[in-house]
Every structure is written in structure tokens, then in C-alpha cells.
Ligand binder design. Structure first.
Ligand code: AMP
Length: 399
């Protein structure tokens, strides 16, 4: 029996899941929140067990991790007897720039490389490192793997990853497109071909990971050839609160007009724009639809802008790949919002992509939503990043 602990550490939180390889199931999961601030709390739930809430001070991730292990091995609420039953730990890490093309076993060099990428992921990478250090201290003999959000996109050709800046901006400062949500796109890149019974080597398709953060990925022959997020996860389609692609000249212009520092401008573009900024209602699509049904014009505008941009990317990627065999919708919005899927594919019949309105209303986790006479297969596929992380950690540490 192999158990893989998956860790996603934020600056004041630590999310975990214990994944059982044989059953492909999450047997326990939880969240430590308010780490380092007053009111620290751990919420833990396990298969067939009652929920456990621990309110104990957690000055740092170290104490949080201690409590996670305590909960997992608790005779009443836990699922394992000893932490030795955790065979390996897989850590979600945001940014590896171009240092890693795949997941790696964590050692001092890997830690140094993650630290080196803090400049590109100032919010996430330091938190990811705290999670790694906390595990190392609490379970020094357990092998650990870093699974990077950027790794899957490292196969992009340079014409896709270079910006039209000076070449020195790339060579000197590392400014290029890196892309994110790699674990999700990678999972979809192998799941979709299996679902339609084709070899991924023969397929060109677009994966649309649409959630609070959204990104698009062009996959040709099983490899990423382009993606919508860039140096950071701010680029691409407009998102819940992120602006997505904008004219770069807007940045200095608005900084002057609104009297903002670089950090304030960054905060504005990350937290106050996108669906929230456009609608003035919410970043959540359920709220947007509810407002749109009440004739809120700005909620309608936000939804229109979002779907138009997703569609534009699908068209652009079909052109970039010179063909299109599939469109895959995933993420909280892609998996649940039939109206968004309809708007994002409306008018793509010229590419051979035709939605079936009835199938599109389905609720299955994996379902074909294209019409029988659609040349392009359109699917809705629930992403499974935990599966991908656990699988990669298992492959590297347990085989
Ligand atoms: P994610 O970041 O992938 O967890 O996606 C979160 C987003 O999915 C939320 O902000 C909602 O906008 C959206 N979402 C989740 N469930 C639904 C639903 N049933 N209908 C429409 N949107 C949904």
C-alpha cells in the first residue's frame, strides 16, 4: 500500500491530501489556516471518519505540519498508525522558470533553484519553500518531490515563449512566457486522448482550465506548444480578479493617473480587475449569472468579455497548431458552467467544432459535449491535479 502526502503551502495556510495510490483515492485531507497569525486552525477530514477541528497556535508552518501529522495518525480521526506509512511527499511549487522541465526529487540544489525563482513568484515560492522545510524537519527520512506549475509548458518553442521585448530582457532577466496550471494541463493532455480512444501523438487540442485563475494551453502531439499565462499567472484571459492580457502602455499610464506605486499597481491588476473589476459584482461566475439574470448590465459585460477571450484563444491556438481535433473544458467554471461553455464555442462551427446543447447540460465528471456531426471533439473533463502530483511523486520515489 503506497500513501503519498500532497502539500500545497500558502503564505499563511497549508493544504494537504493523503492519496492512496492503489485505489487512486484521497483518504484524508485538510487545511491549516491562519498560520503565524492569531486564531490558527486545522480542519481535518478522513474517509469514513468524523471531521476534526484543532484550534492551537501555529506560529509557523513547522507547527502546522506537526499538527497535520498528528491528525493523520490520530487513533480516532486519522487514517494511518505511523507517519512511516507515508511513503513520499509531493509539494506543489509555483515557479521553476526554465530550471525544471519535470517534477524532481527535492535536494539542496532544488531548494536553491526554487529560492532563485522567488523573483518571479514572490507570493508563492517562499510559501512553497516553508512547506518543504516544515516537512523536512518533521519527517526527515521521507523522500519529497517538487511538482512545478511551470514544468509542463517547458516544451514551448521559443517563438511561443519569447516576447517582443529586447532579446536582453530574456537573456539578462529571464523575461519570457513560462505558463502555469501545468499539472492540470498535463493531466488533461493524457486523459483526453484516452477518453476518445486516440493516441496523443496524433492529436492537436486546446485545454481550457477555467477557474478562479484561468489558462489555455495548445497541445500538439501530447506536448504544450503554447499557453496563455506568461512570466506570471496574470496574463491570458481575464480571470476572477486578474486582468489578463492588456496593452502594456496601460501600466505606466494608470500608475500616473491613479497615483499608484508598482506594488499597488500589481495589487490592482491581480486583485481588483477581471470579472470583479468589470462587473463590480463578484469574481464568482454563479454570482455573475445571478446578477445578469437580474439585468445587471456590467455582469453581462464581464461574462461576454470572458467568453470572447476564451474563444479567441481557441481560434488562435488552432491556427498556431495548424489544426484542431479537440477542445477540453476543465476547472471550476469549465466543469460546471454550461452557459460559459456554450458562449465560448458559439460560432466555432467553421473550425468543425459544434456543441450539442443537450449533452452540454449534463453533469458528468467526464462527458463529450460535441454534436455527432462535430469534427472536433468537445469535452468536459474534471481535472485531477492531486492524481497527477501523487502519480509523479510515486513514480520518482516509490518505483
Ligand atoms: P476553481 O478555481 O477551479 O476552483 O474554480 C472556482 C470558480 O468556479 C468559482 O469562482 C466559480 O466562479 C466557478 N464555479 C464553481 N462552481 C460553479 C457552478 N456550479 N457554476 C458556475 N460556476 C461555478
Amino acid at each position: 500500500m503506497y500513501n503519498i502526502l500532497i502539500i500545497n503551502a500558502g503564505s499563511s495556510s497549508l493544504k494537504y491530501q493523503l492519496f492512496e495510490i492503489e485505489s487512486s483515492e484521497i483518504i484524508a485531507k485538510g487545511l491549516a489556516e491562519r498560520i503565524g497569525i492569531e486564531g490558527s486552525m486545522l480542519t481535518h477530514s478522513a474517509k469514513d471518519k468524523e471531521k476534526l477541528v484543532i484550534t492551537e497556535p501555529m506560529p509557523s508552518h513547522l507547527e502546522a505540519m506537526k499538527l497535520v501529522l498528528k491528525a493523520l495518525t490520530d487513533p480516532e480521526y486519522g487514517v494511518i498508525k505511523d507517519m512511516k506509512e507515508i511513503n513520499a511527499v509531493g509539494h506543489r511549487v509555483l515557479h521553476a522558470a526554465d530550471k525544471f522541465t519535470q517534477s524532481v526529487i527535492i535536494n539542496d540544489d532544488v531548494i536553491a533553484a526554487i529560492r532563485d525563482c522567488i523573483k518571479f513568484g514572490p507570493l508563492h515560492n517562499p510559501a512553497n519553500l516553508m512547506g518543504i522545510e516544515a516537512c523536512r524537519a518533521n519527517m526527515p527520512d521521507t523522500p519529497m518531490v517538487a511538482v512545478f506549475d511551470t514544468a509542463f509548458h517547458q516544451t514551448m518553442p521559443r517563438k511561443a515563449y519569447l516576447y517582443g521585448l529586447s532579446y536582453e530582457a530574456y537573456t539578462k532577466y529571464g523575461i519570457r512566457r513560462y505558463g502555469f496550471h501545468g499539472t492540470s494541463h498535463k493531466y488533461l493532455s493524457s486523459r483526453f486522448p484516452k477518453l476518445i480512444g486516440r493516441d496523443k501523438k496524433d492529436l492537436k487540442f486546446v485545454t481550457c482550465h477555467l477557474g478562479n485563475g484561468s489558462s489555455m494551453c495548445a497541445i500538439d502531439g501530447g506536448k504544450c506548444v503554447d499557453t496563455s499565462m506568461g512570466l506570471t499567472p496574470l496574463a491570458g484571459v481575464p480571470m476572477g480578479t486578474r486582468c489578463g492580457d492588456i496593452d502594456p502602455a496601460i501600466v505606466p499610464y494608470l500608475m500616473k493617473e491613479m497615483n499608484l506605486t508598482p506594488d499597488q499597481m500589481s495589487n490592482y491588476m491581480n486583485k481588483q480587475c477581471g470579472m470583479l473589476g468589470l462587473s463590480g459584482v463578484s469574481s464568482d461566475f454563479r454570482d455573475l449569472w445571478a446578477a445578469a439574470e437580474n439585468n445587471n448590465e456590467r455582469a453581462k459585460i464581464a461574462l461576454e468579455v470572458f467568453c470572447y477571450n476564451v474563444k479567441k484563444y481557441i481560434g488562435a491556438y488552432a491556427a498556431a497548431m495548424g489544426g484542431l481535433d479537440g477542445i477540453v473544458f476543465s476547472g471550476g467554471i469549465g466543469e460546471n458552467d454550461a452557459r460559459v461553455r456554450k458562449l465560448c464555442t458559439e460560432g466555432l462551427e467553421f473550425l468543425g467544432a459544434k456543441l450539442d446543447p443537450e449533452r452540454n447540460k449534463g453533469r458528468d465528471k467526464e462527458m463529450r459535449i460535441s454534436a455527432d456531426d462535430s469534427r472536433v471533439e468537445i469535452w468536459c473533463v474534471a481535472t485531477n491535479e492531486e492524481f497527477e502530483i501523487a502519480q509523479e511523486t510515486y513514480e520518482l520515489c516509490c518505483k
